[in-house]
Structure formats: structure tokens, C-alpha cells
Design a protein around this ligand. Sequence first.
Ligand SMILES: C[S@@+](CC[C@H](N)C(=O)[O-])C[C@H]1O[C@@H](n2cnc3c(N)ncnc32)[C@H](O)[C@@H]1O
Length: 304
Amino acid sequence: MSHERTSLTAKKIARFMVLIDAVPRFAGLLPADAATTAEAILRASGAVAQRHIDMMRAPWTQRFYEIAEAWTARGQLVWFGLRKRWMADAVEEAIAAGATQLLVVGAGFDPLAAIIARRHPEVTCVEIDAPATAAPKREGVRGAGFARTNLHLCAADLSERSLGEVLHETPWRSDAQSVVVAEGLLMYLDVKDVKAFFRAIHEHTGAGSRVAFSYVDGDDAGRPHLGTLDWLIRTSLRLAGERMRWGIRPERLRAFVEEAGFFVGEQVDGAALQKEVLAPLGLPEEPVAAYEYLAMVERAKARE
Ligand SMILES: C[S@@+](CC[C@H](N)C(=O)[O-])C[C@H]1O[C@@H](n2cnc3c(N)ncnc32)[C@H](O)[C@@H]1O
């Protein structure tokens, strides 16, 4: 992935949150405060022109996306809303179960750490992203008035610096029960870097810590395979300079994370979230084009 410029996918996902917020039938889908916080951060970041943010609330943009989805696959936008909702719920559940630290790796313009830092002043929140994305994000958080003493935004390319070294510059405690989020990140890493990621998280978190992440399906060689959306998504990401590199079959995830000392706590797909989240919102038939799986893995309560 190119880290010389602000991540295009990170900007796109934040703008999608604004668009989801503007679609009346998706009311209640995103986590509380997520769209307004993301929008305020994005506006103050200077990374996206104001008119490109304004247009996400224009009715013709909604119409355009509906037509685009009708031509490709329906349910791509709603998937981002479901993913945000699941990650935010996983973090709140981990805090309720005793986590005192949150780490968001490859945070982009996601508002989760800013929201948690404000809502839980006792929780240490750390975000990491490559400098070209972390710098405008920091400006956005500061400019929008979301800076907090318990919120630490780190600018570091994790292909060049180790996670431990970056965390060392923050008040992060490697023995504390923590929750880590890696949303839309691991598929962009080589398999060896994904393995190193889980090992590093294990080394820098305490017993009972959890990792919530998204991943894509893969073939036997660990190459991403995205089903019917394969060609479309991989081509558009390659054009954005953000090529996917890692995928794994859901049934193989357990053995993969066990090697790093984690067990699988939960795994969900689009169909499960359609039932759990969309049906209660009155959208049981809403199509979901989930090109990823979501998983929460946990390290054993007592240290081995
Ligand atoms: C697809 S975006 C996802 C952003 C955010 N997690 C979300 O879901 O809204 C991937 C993010 O990971 C960051 N990233 C990718 N590789 C990285 C690396 N080696 N070091 C730090 N950040 C990285 C990118 O800069 C980008 O912001």
C-alpha cells in the first residue's frame, strides 16, 4: 500500500459514513455519534474538499449510489455501516468486560477512538496510521474539538516501525486488558506481516485482551478471493494504489490465530448481521454485499 499520500480508502469510508447517515432508511444503523464525529473530523482535517463532503448529503448522490449498486452489487454501502456498528459494539463490550485501553490500528478517519475517549475518560485510547493519513486526522481531531488527554494519535508506518516501538511513545501498558481494532487493514498486509501483527498484539496486551478485525476470504495460497465482487473491488483498489494481499478461509482462521496465542471468540458474516442488525431496524430484506468477514479473537484470561 502506498503511504506517501493520504489513504484514499480511508477518506472514502469516512464519506460513506456521511452518506449512510443521509439515507433515511438507514437511520439507527451507524453507532451513536459516528457520522457526525467523522464528518466534523473530515471537515477540519483539510484532507477532503468541503464540497466533496457536502455532496454526500445531496439526494442525487444517494440516487447515484443506488444506480451504481444496481449495476454492480446491491448492498455495498450498507456493509460499511454494519462493519462500523459491529466494531463499535465489540469495543463497548470489551470495555464492559474490563478493558482499560483501546488501540485502533490503521485508523484512517474513523471516529471510534475519539468517541470512546470522550465517552470513557478512564480508557487510554491510541490510534496509529501512516504519517500521510495520521497528520490530517490529528488536525481534524484537534480542529473539531475532540482532542482529549486520554486520546493519542500516532503517525507511523508499521511496515517500517514496530508496534512496540510506537506504543512505547504513548502511555500504553503492555500488561493491561485491552481491546484492539484492525478494521479494513489486514487484507493490505503480506501474510508474514499479519502474523507479526498478531504476535506484536499478544506481546503488548494483557490477559483477556481482545482483537476485533475484518478479513477477506482467501485461496489456498493465502491470496484474497472476494467472490462475485472479486474483480470489481480488487481492480478499484489496485487503481487507488491500495492492493489487497492477504485472505484466509473462515474455517482456517482458528488455527491461524491460535499460533499467535488467541482463540476465536466470534465470527460473523453479512447474513448474520442482516438478521442481528438490519431486521430489528425494519430492513430484513435489505441486500448486504459483504466482501469481508468480521472476527473477534481473545487471548486467554490467565497468562500461559
Ligand atoms: C481501508 S483504510 C481503513 C481505515 C479505517 N480502519 C476504517 O475502516 O475506516 C486502511 C488504513 O490503514 C492504514 N494503513 C495501511 N497500512 C499501514 C501501515 N503499514 N502502517 C500504518 N497504517 C497503515 C492506511 O493508511 C489506511 O488509513
